[in-house]
Design a binder for this molecule. Sequence first.
Ligand code: NAD
Length: 497
Amino acid sequence: MSHKLYKNLIGGEWVASRTGKTFLNINPANSDDIVGEFQSSSAADIDNAVAAAAEAWKSWRLVPAPKRAEILYKTGEILTQRKEQYARDMTREMGKVLAETRGDVQEAIDTAYYMAGEGRRLFGQTTPSELKSKFAMSVRMPVGVCGMIAPWNFPMAIPSWKLFPALVCGNTCVIKPAEDTPLSTYNLVQCLVDAGLPAGVVNIVTGFGPDAGAPIVSHPGVRAVSFTGSSEVGRIVGQTAAGNFKPCSLEMGGKNAMIVLDDAHLDLAVEGALWGAFGTTGQRCTATSRIILHKKIAAEFTEKLVARADALKVGDGLDESVQVGPQVNQQQIETSTRYCEIAKKEGAKLLTGGSALEDGTYDKGHFFAPTVFASVKPGMRIAQEEVFGPVVSLIECADFDEALDIANGIDYGLSTALYSRDVNLAFRAMRDLEAGITYINAPTIGAEVHLPFGGVKHTGNGHREGGTGALDFYTTWKSVYFDYSDKLQRAQIDTGE
Ligand code: NAD
């Protein structure tokens, strides 16, 4: 089957990597299906991309923000027209089912419209000066060339969270998509180009992490770095950026807990658990991977959840009847398999799943059975470490306080959920769960783009994507003092008389 060759976009030109090397993007549901061939880039390509972005920044920073926003608005309209095609492309390269890839494209559309609106806000502050005839204000300034490194699980939504706020704020960008999912970022960038984005404002360079990602972080011309991915790589990225005093936004892993108390609407909680744990084949940073069950309802909940997990249809996400797609690659299958073995050795009880699906229908893809472990203790590795697959652990608790301790007793702090009808406990959960996101009576997944997204502890380093938090990362504050008194006035010294 013939496939298309994709090039890097640098300075408005589609160019081959200077390495002369390429790699194949293969459908995780069907190894016969080659989605495309992409450039395997290196530091020399990043040098070119950063130079193009630096050149473009000279004029882009001066384009009025409402005009920059018009391009984003148009990008949202183009994405809307192409939504179905892009969702299909994304299912082919990443695996998740069509309903979810449509959602991923929709998230980029939502972000485009939201950030287009910011073009007429980007509010700063005016404030009285302590001196007479002096005007004081703070204004948001763009940062410059921003480097962006993305993961594969939301291959269009996450790049849009990075690119759109950066652009409306007046920055130029060099983005490296994950090696498993470059096409969706291409599609996104193509819409920006078609909407009239000037050459060099966004540059896309594909390739592998150490070859094409690391040079973005260390490049002296890159003024800020936005990274989403594993905590392991995030640590390297953060340390490199810190060495150059470079602002660096890190969005990393999770081990997200859902607490189900004995007064919960049980069927609703089972429904939420099923979606939270097995949606996106468990490959969301916010996936529900621990369910903390009050002992009074544990048996009934477990029975219902296992029955529902067993009934899930696993297969090619392009088939509308499929509910769980493949994992993104063989490495993820190996990780899920390894953690299932570890869990069994630690004494957890496998209730269903626990292995890859490899027979006839599954032999050309990376499929893993939806997996439920019971009798999991909070300290077990299966309850502490991110699996990033369709594997969920059930942990019992005696009461809400114990549930809180278990939920908080991990290194990560991304998303949490409580199922209960007790309003007092719901408010305590909102206050006491150590996480960037808490849901009440909804699963741990389901972020909306106009709210801050990110986590605490090892999940992040304090920045937020989404919401106005993104504007804080992609701008730097300038305080401006304008003296129209025609004389020297000294702050803190002169009285203003
Ligand atoms: P990953 O860390 O393996 O890769 C992420 C990106 O970093 C890829 O583009 C990769 O090429 C690049 N990279 C790898 N090594 C690098 C290096 N040395 N220098 C610079 N870049 C490098 O993660 P992944 O497997 O693509 O994604 C899964 C992880 O992402 C999970 O841990 C998940 O929880 C996390 N994630 C977090 C969020 C969030 O917002 N908190 C969202 C989605 C995914």
